[in-house]
Design a protein around this ligand. Structure first.
Ligand SMILES: [Zn+2]
Length: 49
């Protein structure tokens, strides 16, 4: 009874991260630091799990 349960539980790594422009609301790629639509550098980072 010494088996660690952590290795038995199939942890799901489904955390999705995406970025969205705070100015115009455009969802941008993670590699982009500036909004391709309006050029704003204020990109909000969201995590969806
Ligand atoms: Zn924008």
């Amino acid at each position: 009874m010494t088996q660690p349960w952590r290795t038995l539980i199939p942890w799901r790594n489904r955390t999705e991260v995406y970025w969205e422009c705070r100015r115009c609301g455009t969802t941008v790629d993670g590699a982009t630091e500036e909004c391709p639509t309006c050029g704003s550098a204020q990109i909000a980072r969201y995590e969806m799990s």
